[in-house]
Design a protein around this ligand. Structure first.
Ligand code: ADP
Ligand code: MG
Length: 362
């Protein structure tokens, strides 16, 4: 028996909407797979097909060797038969049931004493002790979210499906709950497929990331890898790559490529298959700034420029540097203050060669 989830299917809606899935993920150890992409790219549809709430037109879904769906053999298991746990994007607790009652709801048919024991266990694990007899409107948003998750997990599903699990929460609660959600998921050890369009969430929660665009998987791998080294310019756009500049490879030497952008030269790690026309991608957080001008090219790229814009982004400042092309850097407010960054001032941007990622431009 193969301990994996295999999903290879096509779901069509009218008017040409097609959602395709093609991935396999291990289930013998804990692993969180994140489906990442903009609104409307097919994340929820993929989850619903995995759950058995939506029936694909083609393909196959199998879990640990058991077919859940097979278009050719006309296999289509219900969500109950699949043993999945599904937390909907707009999860709703039953307002007329207490916190304990909500969690116990998933345990209909389980003997009362056992049910009570299991609910007690969940209240402890989810730090909901003392809230058992309250009603949903008497607890906080973060607690409601944990109750909803506890209600799904109390039945120990074989596969957990989470649709934007933190999106209903305010920003501070979301930030607080993010590491806790990861801890709980790891503790339960149930394989998870999780949907998000939030990059921080994807990095914090995922073991494996699949980027979706227009219903299709475009790239998959470790989140850091996908976010820093998108395979093409479409993925670069979806993952919010801040710097994407057309450039030209001048030469390569010892695994390093020299690239020209608007008359400036940059050193990048040379990819295995290299073409002349490329897009040069640099994450803004990989750009360091030092005061003044320094124009020496080296594996540590030094780009002399002038500050054009300073835009606050929460605890960070996005700095637009004109160095022949506009290079965006992200620095902390503290660093910005200490450096005394001001529009119009000369500045030197430093970028390590491994942080310069090249994509073929066709
Ligand atoms: P996401 O969750 O990534 O925002 P969805 O999976 O909800 O995206 O939707 C993917 C595409 O499928 C969208 O174009 C959406 O309009 C379409 N779609 C989803 N559900 C239906 C449906 N029941 N009928 C018709 N089109 C649908
Ligand atoms: Mg959705």
């Amino acid at each position: 028996m193969s301990d994996e989830l295999v999903a290879r299917f096509v779901k069509r809606f009218g008017k040409g909407v097609v959602v395709e899935a093609d991935f396999r993920r291990p289930t013998d150890c804990f692993s969180a797979t994140v489906l990442f992409g903009p609104s409307g790219c097919g994340k929820t549809t993929t989850l619903r097909c995995l759950a058995g709430l939506e029936r694909p037109e083609e393909g196959r879904i199998a879990f640990e060797g058991t077919p859940w769906f097979d278009a050719d053999r006309r296999v289509y298991l219900t969500p109950q038969q699949r043993g999945i746990g599904y937390l909907f994007q707009e999860y709703a607790l039953f307002p007329h049931l207490t916190v304990g009652g909500n969690i116990a709801y998933g345990l209909r048919g389980v003997p009362r004493r056992e049910r009570r024991r299991l609910v007690g266990e969940m209240l402890g694990l989810f730090r909901l002790g003392g809230l058992e007899d309250r009603y949903p409107n008497q607890v906080s948003g973060g607690e409601q979210q944990r109750i909803a998750l506890a209600r799904v997990l109390v039945r120990r599903p074989r596969l957990l499906l989470l649709d934007e699990p933190l999106s209903a929460l305010d920003q501070p609660t979301r930030e607080q709950l993010r590491p806790e959600l990861r801890r709980l998921l790891v503790e339960f050890g149930i394989p998870v497929v999780l949907v998000t369009h939030d990059r921080t969430e994807a990095v914090a929660l995922s073991d494996h990331l699949i980027v979706l665009d227009h219903g299709r998987g475009r790239q998959q791998g470790a989140a850091e890898e996908v976010f820093n080294r998108p395979a093409d310019v479409g993925v670069a756009r979806i993952v919010g790559m801040e710097n994407v500049q057309p450039g030209r490879v001048l030469h390569t030497d010892g695994g390093l490529a020299t690239v020209e952008i608007e008359g400036m030269q940059l050193i990048a790690l040379a990819p295995t298959s290299l073409v002349e026309q490329v897009y040069v991608c640099i994450r803004a957080e990989e750009v360091a700034l030092v005061k003044g001008v320094s124009n020496k090219a080296s594996p540590l790229n030094r780009l002399a420029g002038v500050i054009r814009s300073l835009t606050p982004e929460g605890p960070l400042v996005r700095v637009g540097v004109d160095c022949g092309f506009t290079l965006h850097a992200l620095v902390t407010r503290t660093a910005s203050d200490e450096l005394g960054l001001r529009a119009g001032e000369p500045i030197t941007a430093l970028v390590k060669a491994p942080s310069v990622h090249l994509i073929a431009r066709s």
